[in-house]
Design a protein around this ligand. Structure first.
Ligand SMILES: Nc1ncnc2c1ncn2[C@@H]1O[C@H](COP(=O)(O)OP(=O)(O)OP(=O)(O)O)[C@@H](O)[C@H]1O
Length: 303
């Protein structure tokens, strides 16, 4: 599925004076789950809609396997998309919805059963759509998108409203589809969600690219310093010793200190040298959600 790459190049879109997408370029590789991240209003949905030929760009191109959506002879066999979870006739059952889609797309009815299997919706397949939970709607949305066995799957905020079990299910499904060589692009405004879901991330803010790359690499490059928490019966003495190392020390409850600017080892060594007992020493990793917000706010402020 080497031709399942997504290439966005110089994409731009304005709505009556509002620049939704501003000279945006990035690539999405097959065989990986890519998180498309940015705060609300960053231009994610507009970008996905341009990729899917639903909105015409003012400038630039968005291609799937080298072709614009409008030029694909059989788009449903190339790309499946879930832009909104609730997109079936309310009184219709999940199974009937899928069968109707099979007819429209010229697919055998058996394909409906295959995608029901894929998303684990068989138990609810004969219930009307209007009674579906958000998680069931997401499953039906993905089942519909997968009918044409597309090489590219695009999901807009699929984890919205899902419980932790639903998110785990989604992760396993999407990673499985990526492992088959498909290109999976998933938008979200929540970084924590993407940390467990995605291999790569494309981060946008104010319609522009902020960062792109493998999750660990991107987060590593923006991650702040860890903070050390120390518990000691002699906080004043330890504070004085740590100040000599240039650390920033603040009280963090009775006999507790929050130490920034030095590693846990240095705090332990300083306590030993000062003859201060340590009852607890822990390291708190930087809050990646905060780091992400800093990164995207800096960009949004330029707007
Ligand atoms: N049809 C439209 N008409 C006018 N403005 C629009 C339209 N669609 C989007 N916008 C504006 O373009 C900007 C980008 O919106 P978009 O929905 O693409 O962002 P997003 O990153 O998907 O945000 P969200 O997570 O809130 O959906 C916003 O300022 C939005 O108000």
């Amino acid at each position: 599925m080497s031709d399942a790459r997504i290439v966005v190049s110089g994409l731009r879109k304005q709505y009556r004076g509002v620049t939704a997408v501003d000279d945006l370029s990035f690539t999405v590789e097959p065989g990986r789950v890519t998180g498309f991240l940015g705060p609300n209003g960053a231009g994610k949905t507009t970008t996905l809609r341009m990729l899917l030929g639903l909105v015409a760009p003012d400038a630039g191109t968005a291609t799937l396997g080298g072709q614009r959506y409008a030029d694909l002879p059989e788009p449903a066999r190339v790309v499946g998309a879930v832009l909104e979870a609730s997109s079936a006739h309310k009184g219709r059952t999940g199974r009937n919805h899928l069968r109707a889609c099979c007819i429209t797309m010229g697919l055998p009815r058996t394909r409906a059963e295959e995608v029901l299997d894929l998303v684990g919706l068989h138990p609810a397949a004969d219930r009307p759509f209007k009674g579906y939970s958000l998680g069931m709607r997401q499953r039906l949305g993905i089942a519909t998108a997968m009918l044409g066995d597309p090489r590219v799957l695009i999901l807009d905020e699929p984890a919205n409203g899902l419980d932790p079990e639903g998110i785990r299910w989604m992760r396993e499904l999407l990673q499985g589809l990526a492992a088959q060589g498909r290109t999976v692009l998933v938008s979200s405004h929540l970084l924590a969600e993407m940390q467990s879901l995605a291999d790569d991330v494309v981060i946008v803010a104010a319609g522009r690219l902020v960062r792109q790359g493998p999750v660990a690499e991107v987060l590593g490059s923006v991650g702040g310093d860890a903070v050390v928490h120390a518990r000691t019966p002699e906080p004043e003495k330890l504070t004085a010793a740590l100040h000599q190392l240039g650390a920033t020390v603040t009280a963090d409850g009775p006999n507790r200190l929050r130490v920034a600017g030095v590693a846990a080892e240095a705090v332990g060594d300083a306590a030993l040298a000062a003859g201060v007992a340590l009852h607890q020493l822990t390291t708190e990793q930087p809050d990646l959600e905060d780091v992400f917000l800093d990164l995207t706010h800096a960009k949004a402020a330029i707007r």
